[in-house]
Ligand binder design. Structure first.
Ligand SMILES: NC(=O)C1=CN([C@@H]2O[C@H](COP(=O)(O)OP(=O)(O)OC[C@H]3O[C@@H](n4cnc5c(N)ncnc54)[C@H](OP(=O)(O)O)[C@@H]3O)[C@@H](O)[C@H]2O)C=CC1
Ligand SMILES: O=C1O[C@H](COP(=O)(O)O)[C@@H](O)[C@H](O)[C@H]1O
Length: 500
């Protein structure tokens, strides 16, 4: 539900960066333009570059014009007049006093009641120090609420994430810490719980009696671009699996919450991670595939392999693709494999969840024709948004054959009616104090515990080796074999038909 955001000051650390320009300014603008933010808010941009307030406002306006669809020039002007700039090195304790002075003026001018949201759009190395100084220099000491948004990655393993968390919790309560996973802001990821718990026909068959397997694919066409410095240390496992892929697994596998309240939903998600089978070395080798893109063709154009990309080590073993078979050892899911795969430079940009249902008890049709398809429920997360259900029917006039048909719901009908961007929804939620779609510490800790065992097996040389896949393909043959040995194959991403 959309509510009007209360009066507040937003402090945006990292205001000259890529995330602020491409995602955060446009997301805030959309909230304003739709009337969810009224006039009583200010945004203080913080970075080390020199800007006057006016230069910064012009920069914000230009970013919105470039990245927000259908931006209105007059509204953009009015919106950007709420922005202020402070040149500040976040590692310098005394500079926080200037921030406090500015915020005190803005709190008064905009009647914010001291409500403040601190958004850390900065490199992770700053995630600990900023909350520490915000607290020690008394900035968080106001009458209003104080919330902090932490970008990803939250640590690089369980020990580093624990240390970071302890540091942040010295200054902010868990309830006021909003760890962002932007996949949780995606329309169709949020829709999973409605499709499941809002439709008795699905929830009653959402278990190992009726579901054969689950597949989650998140493929990208982009390569590493200019992010090799970060990506070389992360790879697809830390960049996508630890957070986004596991979040989608949790949304598909969780039990119904007692109520639609943040803690009820987050409790159920955590229980999924508690039932996730944590792999030993042998299981990592058997169930987790890693690979790197080699040169290939994308849209008819030759593109380089990962090792030829700028700032990538000549013999880098960083994986740009991961496929895995996961097991959730609980009453609902025992025996149902969850196959996940994600990678860069793949054939299509797509995120899709496919629920494959079991065949009926008697082979009246499926043994007789190759055209028989298992029933599939596809949740199209992006770029198309929607749901489709594959059924078997009979072709017109022919009683002896089968025709798979799709019943499709398309969530995104026209360019003018795009769903809100993930960051828009998440900013809206944290300004309202709704943490449902942010990751709680116990989720983060368990997900690192699961991931660390894979990282360790790979580092010890006991996991499967890094193989290669040509750019423009859907991954290495080993990822196909992972499913083939169970008699399965990957369902390739499909489009939601426009006419439906
Ligand atoms: N970009 C994206 O699409 C995504 C980014 N993220 C995460 O968001 C965060 C930010 O990423 P991104 O915007 O790409 O990073 P950038 O490198 O583009 O921006 C970093 C920002 O930090 C500022 N900065 C650096 N050092 C200091 C300092 N000592 N004091 C004050 N400001 C400083 C920089 O400005 P200046 O140099 O002027 O000080 C700049 O504004 C990261 O954690 C990233 O992992 C997550 C998902 C997607
Ligand atoms: O967090 C990240 O996500 C993006 C993919 O996000 P999407 O919304 O475009 O699917 C990925 O490219 C990036 O490497 C990763 O850091």
């Amino acid at each position: 539900m959309i509510h009007t955001i209360p009066n507040a000051s937003i402090v945006l650390f990292g205001a000259t960066g890529d995330l602020a320009h491409r995602k955060l300014f446009p997301a805030l603008y959309q909230l304003y333009q739709k009337g969810h933010m009224k006039e009583n808010f200010s945004v203080v941009g913080v970075s080390r570059k020199e800007y006057t307030h006016e230069e910064f406002q012009a920069e914000v306006a230009s970013a919105i014009n470039e990245h927000a669809p259908n931006a209105d020039i007059d509204i953009v002007k009015k919106f950007s007049s709420h922005f202020y700039y402070l040149k500040m090195d976040v590692t310098s304790k005394p500079s926080y006093h200037e921030l406090e002075e500015l915020l005190n003026v803005l709190d008064r001018d905009y009647q914010t009641n001291g409500n403040r949201l601190y958004y850390l759009a900065m490199a992770p190395s700053f995630f600990g120090i900023i909350p520490t100084f915000l607290k020690s220099e008394g900035i968080t000491n106001t009458e209003g609420w104080q919330r902090i948004v932490i970008e990803k990655p939250f640590g690089h393993d369980l020990p580093s994430a624990t240390k970071l968390n302890e540091e942040i919790q010295q200054s902010f309560n868990e309830d006021d810490i909003y760890r962002i996973d932007h996949y949780l802001g995606k329309e169709m990821v949020q829709n999973i719980q409605v499709i499941r718990f809002g439709n008795a026909i699905f929830e009653s068959i959402w278990n190992n009696k009726y579901i054969d397997s689950v597949q989650i694919t998140s493929s990208e066409t982009l390569g590493v671009e200019d992010r090799a410095a970060y990506y070389e240390k992360s790879g697809a496992l830390l960049d996508m699996v630890q957070n986004h892929m596991l979040q989608m697994v949790m949304m598909v596998a969780m039990e119904p919450p007692g109520e639609l309240k943040p803690e009820h939903i987050r409790d159920e998600k955590v229980k999924v991670l508690r039932s996730l089978r944590f792999f030993n070395e042998e299981e990592v080798k058997r169930n987790v595939i890693r690979a790197q893109y080699s040169a290939g063709k994308m849209n008819g154009e030759q593109v380089p392999g990962y090792l030829q990309e700028e700032n990538v080590a000549p013999e880098s073993q960083t994986e740009t693709f991961v496929a895995a078979k996961l097991f959730i050892d609980n009453f609902r899911w025992t025996g149902v494999p969850f196959y996940i795969r994600t990678g860069k430079r793949m054939a299509v940009k797509s995120t899709e969840i496919v629920i494959q249902f079991k065949q009926g008890p008697m082979a009246l049709y499926h043994a007789k024709t190759e055209k028989y398809q298992p029933n599939l429920l596809r949740i199209h997360v992006q770029p198309d948004e929607g749901v489709s259900l594959t059924l078997n029917a009979k072709p017109k006039g022919d009683t002896s054959d089968l025709l798979p048909i799709d019943m499709t719901y398309n969530n995104k009908t026209t360019a003018e009616m795009n769903s809100p961007e993930a960051y828009e929804k998440l900013l809206h939620d944290c300004l309202l104090g709704n943490s449902t779609y942010f990751t709680r510490w116990d989720e983060v800790a368990l997900s690192w515990d699961f991931i660390d065992r894979i990282t360790k097996a790979w580092a010890d040389g006991t996991g499967s080796p890094v193989t290669h896949y040509p750019s423009g393909s859907m991954g290495p043959v080993e990822a196909d074999e992972l499913l083939n040995r169970d008699g399965h194959s990957w369902w390739e991403p499909t489009k939601v038909r426009e006419e439906c």
